[in-house]
Design a binder for this molecule. Sequence first.
Ligand code: NCD
Length: 326
Amino acid sequence: MNAEIPLPGSDSRALPVFPHRDLLGIEGLPRQAITSILDRADTYVAQNRKPDKKTAVLRGRTVINLFFENSTRTRTSFELAGKRLGGDVINMSVSASSVKKGETLIDTALTLSAMHPDVLVVRHPDSGAVSLLAQKVNCAVINAGDGAHEHPTQALLDALTIRRRRGHLEGLIVAICGDILHSRVARSNIHLLNAMGARVRVVAPATLMPVEIERLGVEVHATMAGGLKDADIVMMLRLQTERMSGRYIPSIREYFHFFGLDYEKLRAAKPDALIMHPGPMNRGIEIDSQLADDIHRSMILEQVELGVAIRMACLELLTQRARATI
Ligand code: NCD
């Protein structure tokens, strides 16, 4: 399991082999696998800042983006990632309303699989749908977000963003705030940050906090003052109204008052605490608009930039594994 592929523009370093065919979630991934992806993505950050961003790492390979749910960043960055690696990328958009669950999902997967793609990148509104699909196809599958379950590449890009700013993840206090209940970003981040030795706190009103979340190894807080105290990183989440049936908060105004991040609440965190948000951001609901744009505090656009590099690393590692096992 030690096949080596040269770095773009260099043949001096080995590419580690990822231990799985698919990337379905962060849960259960060993620290070393996470570190390998982050290290590899670091090399792509530099490449993405050059005028010529293209390599031939995925030449002859086909990536299909299959999105059963809306997306701006994730889909675009997978597309850019595949193209910058020299692969062929097809985008398939399926509106959730036109898709019948179960059979239709599997039929779609089998149809696409028959065309011999190398990687399927799948987003689906139902938790578990992507791993079900992965069982039916014979190519690598990347989970681009399944319901409220996992969004592994988001957690990886968040980790890369933090690591590049702070140099490490171990020992950092990371407060994840907002709609934890419906957030796949929160779940993937909790698994990843725990695996890397960070201290994770979750902050939300009781209605948006999953029961027994502490079993995932997090500190639970019901106030921003408590949750943000001495935090190194403050990660804000959107209210995922599309996953809500009924009302979880009394009003947007009250939500912003108690849980929206503004300069005043941020004072509880470390003086140099950094702010993150996976996007799309709802200004004035979970985050103050001026703070979101504050280049001294906000890493939001950096997260987007690094997302392309992370997806390049994931596509490369998964296709390299396929090469190694052929
Ligand atoms: C997140 C998602 O889709 O889970 N967004 C993203 O991928 N950048 C978070 C969200 O939709 O709020």
